[in-house]
Design a binder for this molecule. Sequence first.
Ligand code: PHE
Length: 465
Amino acid sequence: MEKQDRSTFTGTLGFVLAAAGSAVGLGNIWRFPYLAAKDGGGLFLVIYLVLALTFGFTLLITEVAIGRKTKQSPLTAYGKIKKKWRGLGIIACLVPVLILPYYCVIGGWVVQYFGLYLTNPQFREGTDVYFSNFISSSVNPILTMLLFLLVTAYLVYRGVDKGIEKTSRILMPLLFIFILIIAGYSLFLSYTDDSGVTRTGLQGFLIYLIPNFQGITVGRFFEILVDAMGQLFFSLSVAMGIMITYGSYMKEDSNLNKSINQIEIFDTLIAFLAGVMIIPAVYVFSGYEGLESSGPGLIFIALPQIFVHMGFFGSVLGFLFFATVLFAALTSSISIMEAIVSSFMDEFHLNRNRAVITVTVITIIMATIVCMGYNILNFELTLPNGTTGQILDLMDYISNSVLMPLVAILTCILIGWLAKPDYVISEVEKDSVVMGRKTLYKIMIKYVAPVLLIILFLKAFGLFG
Ligand code: PHE
């Protein structure tokens, strides 16, 4: 009964684009380029690529296979594999519940800047003052969050094929084209600063690409490895039920092995291109020091400052850039909401309509509290990993640094040791396709991935720098 009723993507391409839409998000744009610049350029790129093909591949294929095999959302899927492991479903479902509110708050910030470049191309206040005034104001951030959240909710309400898949089919190709345009422009920049030094985009590109072994020790190498792993893990949207959910909407006859490779290639390519778009531009206008910012500081403060330097083209690029970020954020937020909505539908037998309304109401309340974290509820909290932050950072820390590695470790134990890797392999090979990297998969899921994940988990508590 359940099996027949479940919605599906129209085909393999629809699934790949939707999953890639989830994977390509703020992480690709505001964190990957910064990590690459900080962690030895090409050296980071190579380490990241190797990890993507081994560690990332293992986690991603496991989740998609669990989804397609159980035809369940995260909340109920784990219990279907082993009854006693139902609890893991609850934690896996809690992660998107925690992430969605703050993701929508940041989505609202993106909406604000998108609107700004759209309506006021002469926008010249690309300073930290504008940004901090905006996020700490009492009404506007709530309104933009609401707008972003309601659009997300509407698209999720439209359903798997007409909402999620269709949005991804339109936005992902556009995002790709926009990134190519901006990256191309960035490579040909050149600027002479007040002290008479000229820097070019090509020089910046080489800094990004050429491996820098300066000061590399074993400890430093380990640090880069952990950075790359954390980034990859977040970037593939694993360990929060999304890929299980999307896998459950996959048609039986789609080629799972090939789709996973395509998602990985797309996600990594976009992250790489985001670096080509950002690193040369930042280097040209702000030199080495400019490369030190990431996260909100990079896209809401540093880049707008650079667009100012570019004159007329800056306005056009600013608009294209925030459209790109908006598309990336929207296809990711849809996936986060869908993981919760489908869990509520499977567990409480709600229809889509009711599940969407319930999730939206809960998210509005939580997201409003996150917004207030920058004004009336402002506090400075020191987290166990040594960083400080507000409510948004606290929620990000609990979900990303603590719960996600935990979910992934437990998933590896469940599949690697209890259900056995054949659980996944047989699902991948169902249509007489031979699973590539099979031996590698077995070793990864049983031994290597859990160890790497435990390191990542311990990092949340301040170990390993
Ligand atoms: N994978 C997305 C990125 O790279 C972020 C994301 C995380 C999306 C969690 C959904 C869920 O930015």
